[in-house]
Design a protein around this ligand. Structure first.
Ligand code: NAD
Length: 369
């Protein structure tokens, strides 16, 4: 049935490998080297597969704009600006976050495997997307990690007690690898919802959940348009009216750990980013669990997980999930049934693809049957 506000047809379901190939072609056409185009495509499609459409292929038009504006630089690599052994300062040179964050994690993984721990401060990266991706990279190497991220110069979220946007959606992420299983991955924006989820809702013509947004006068609203049309409102920190100080507090720590400690920059009046670029800085602490005197840590963690999941469900037919489980399930479903993409987002991707010179045939027959 068509959407009530936009009148658009239901969303498409796209075969993951076709979406990946199309995304790769778009970035090759823009000027990325093959490995860069592939890394960006892999990351965006992986975010869609994990169920985080806010950080999936819907970002393509904005990335292309940021390239044309000259802020997002093509074919850059991460470099170590200061090597202090277990502390690495890494410069992203405003390259694709999908490339420079991957390289920064590789530096940190090698050090943590050698020294037991490594703190990596990544600065001047363009959008590093779904942070869980980087925690999963560490977990695949058998390492625990936690990550504090700021979105430098992007004041979308109001501090608890205020009504003006003062900082970004500053995600926090932590992961714990599990032998023979997918890791525990906690990965969320410290805003009540990620900004990209307002874009997805706006494109779909649906409301966002109550308690996530205020309008320009500070009044609660569920209309995502307040983040996409003037006069702009703001996102609220997670925790809502009663516990918003918790989300705000974590966001503030993300801002200073990521924006200040890494040598990057925090959000304030004289650092506002006015282009389409998204600048991320990230403090990652990567730890080898074998460095602790805890030979039973795996078993301890598994027993806790079993115990938690044994709690009675709060609703009939419900169940207790652990962090990372929703993404694993969505990944399985979408690999089989295709990735849902709303018509507005698809149209935006087709327009960008055509504008960079891709032939129409690239967009045909891409739907899952
Ligand atoms: N790069 C950036 O600048 C930036 C900024 C903001 C957000 N992000 C990304 O946006 C994505 C989406 O963020 P979000 O805030 O919308 O995430 P979200 O609110 O969907 O929360 C996701 C997290 O909660 C866990 N979770 C969800 N339901 C659960 C349940 N029932 N039981 C146990 N755990 C559960 C998930 O496993 C996951 O770890 C994240 O991947 C984040 O990294 C990136």
């Amino acid at each position: 049935m068509p959407n009530a506000r936009t009148g658009q047809a239901p969303e498409l379901k796209i075969v993951p490998h076709r979406l990946n190939a199309l995304t790769t072609e778009i970035f090759l056409a823009v000027g990325s080297e093959p490995l860069e185009a592939q890394r960006v495509a892999d990351h965006l499609v992986a975010a869609n597969l994990a169920g985080h459409d806010s950080h999936g292929v819907g970002m393509i038009p904005r990335y292309v704009e940021a390239i044309h504006e000259g802020v997002l630089k093509l074919n850059q690599h991460a470099s170590i600006a200061r090597d202090a052994g277990a502390v690495l300062s890494v410069d992203g040179a405003y390259g694709f976050g999908q490339v420079v964050a991957c390289e920064a994690m590789a530096f940190g993984i090698e050090r943590a495997q050698r020294l037991g721990i490594c703190a990596v401060g990544l600065r001047r990266a363009h959008h590093i997307g779904r942070i869980g991706h980087w925690a999963e990279q560490c977990a695949r190497a058998g390492l625990v990690s936690f990550h504090f991220v700021n979105v430098s110069g992007d004041p979308l979220v109001a501090p608890f007690g205020g009504i003006d946007g003062r900082f970004g959606t500053n995600p926090f992420c932590a992961a714990f690898p599990r032998a023979g299983r997918d890791p525990l991955v906690l990965d969320f924006a410290t805003s009540a919802i990620a900004y990209g989820k307002t874009r997805v809702a706006f494109n779909k013509g649906v409301e966002v959940p109550a308690g996530t947004l205020i309008d320009h006068a500070g009044q609660p609203t569920s209309d995502p348009a307040v983040m996409h049309r003037q006069p702009f409102g703001a996102l609220l920190a997670f925790g809502g009216a009663v516990a918003g100080h918790k989300g705000y507090g974590l966001a503030a720590m993300c801002e200073v750990f990521a924006g200040a400690l890494t040598g990057g920059f925090t959000t304030r009046a004289d650092t506002l980013v006015t282009s389409n670029a998204i600048v991320n800085c990230m403090l990652s602490v990567i730890i080898d669990p074998n460095a602790f005197d805890a030979p039973d840590s795996d078993t301890e963690a598994e027993q806790f997980i079993d115990w938690v999941k044994s709690a009675r469900a709060s609703v009939d037919g419900g169940e207790v999930l652990i962090p990372g489980e929703p993404e694993q399930r969505t990944r399985r479903e979408r690999m089989a049934a295709g990735i849902p993409v709303d018509r507005t987002t698809w149209q935006q991707i087709v327009e960008v693809g055509r504008a960079v010179g891709l032939p129409a045939v690239q967009f045909e027959g891409i739907e899952s049957k």
